[in-house]
Write a protein that binds this ligand. Structure first.
Ligand SMILES: [Zn+2]
Length: 348
């Protein structure tokens, strides 16, 4: 069995944005109780969680913004964005979330863990340098990528974002930087509005942002084919030293916010494919962090399948799922991405 670490902390459930908000503490309550069931308990070592250091956050966010979020600590409710609020505990939760992802990265880097999944709240990939956005306060995955480079001296890093929504914050953090390759599949046009085919990075970062915008209805076979035909060749050419994943489960077929068709087994297949890529490039080093996912029980089941795959408790063959792909949904899409990216990637 592979050593797969998890990041969990009760404080992540104290961040609360109101009774009717879909990004609710119940998401983690369901996941954490699944982890305590007999078939899962004791199998996933816990990463010791500490708050991120300010210097780690400041590599991605402005000092003024961090101060503003810190000032919400202990205050009942602060509106940060039309979709995003801070409660009294949100600053601590967000600092612990970023710190948890960084510690997971450090333990995977050192070899104490083979891979890790940070089961944190609030999510992060919409958070911009100086702006909370789309349920996100600090951009944990961006903070962790910079931490890996600055503190652990890693070079190139691949971020795969399979959340339903485009990770505008992550793209913007790295769009001029060839040392972080950002690959995103997302429903489009949809919130937050970014992530078109022609957003390929800027300046020295051109070609190091790959967007795969999708109409509704993409499922297991199509997502796996996208990963096989686009992500795999580019990743093998890029050869990252670490793979980070913005793992959102709002592409699940029964998600209330999304129009996609991915099943729990499909997420296992995507995980297996990323594991295969990581085995070829970087000794299997992968850290996932939880982003969206609003069907609470569906998300719990998806996370379980992903964890079993990471730990080698299950082995999903991506090829089996790929045969389900509808060619009519693939041909135009793949050709379109390649038309924007082939100038930067020999393998496309
Ligand atoms: Zn999302």
């Amino acid at each position: 069995m592979t050593k797969t670490g998890i990041v969990r902390h009760r404080k992540y459930m104290e961040h609360w944005m109101g009774e009717y908000h879909p990004e609710s503490p119940m998401r983690l309550e369901a996941i954490y109780s699944m982890l305590d069931e007999p078939d899962m308990a004791g199998k996933f070592p816990e990463v010791p969680v500490q708050p991120a250091e300010k210097k780690d956050i400041l590599r991605v966010h402005s000092a003024g913004y961090v101060e503003r979020i810190e000032s919400t600590a202990g205050v009942d409710c602060t509106y940060l964005d039309p979709d995003t609020q801070a409660c009294a505990a949100s600053y601590d939760a967000a600092m612990l979330a970023a710190g948890g992802v960084c510690r997971g990265v450090a333990m995977v880097h050192s070899g104490e863990l083979q891979n890790a999944f940070a089961l944190v709240r609030p999510p992060g990939h919409h958070a911009e340098r100086s702006q909370a956005k789309g349920f996100c306060i600090f951009n944990h995955i961006a903070v962790a990528a910079r931490y890996a480079q600055e503190t652990l001296n890693l070079g190139s890093i691949l971020i795969v974002d399979w959340d339903l929504h485009h990770g505008n914050g992550t793209q913007h953090a790295f769009e001029e930087d060839p040392s972080v390759l950002y690959f995103s599949t997302h429903q489009y046009p949809y919130y937050p509005g970014t992530g078109a085919f022609d957003e390929v990075g800027r300046g020295r970062g051109k070609g190091f942002t790959i967007n795969v915008p999708l109409t509704i209805g993409y499922g297991d076979g199509e997502f796996l084919t996208i990963f096989q035909e686009l992500l795999r060749p580019v990743a093998l050419e890029y050869r990252p030293e670490l793979i980070l994943v913005s793992a959102g489960f709002d592409t699940f077929y029964a998600d209330p916010l999304g129009g996609m068709n991915v099943s729990a087994k499909g997420f296992a297949g995507l995980t297996r494919m990323i594991m295969d890529i990581a085995d070829a490039c970087c000794g299997g080093k992968i850290v996932l962090t939880l982003e969206g996912g609003y069907n609470v029980l569906g998300e719990r089941d998806c996370v379980k399948e992903v964890l079993k795959e990471l730990a080698g408790l299950s082995f999903t063959n991506p090829q089996d799922l790929m045969t389900l792909a509808n060619p009519e949904m693939m041909d135009f899409l793949l050709a379109r991405v390649k038309s924007f990216q082939s100038a930067y990637w020999k393998s496309l």
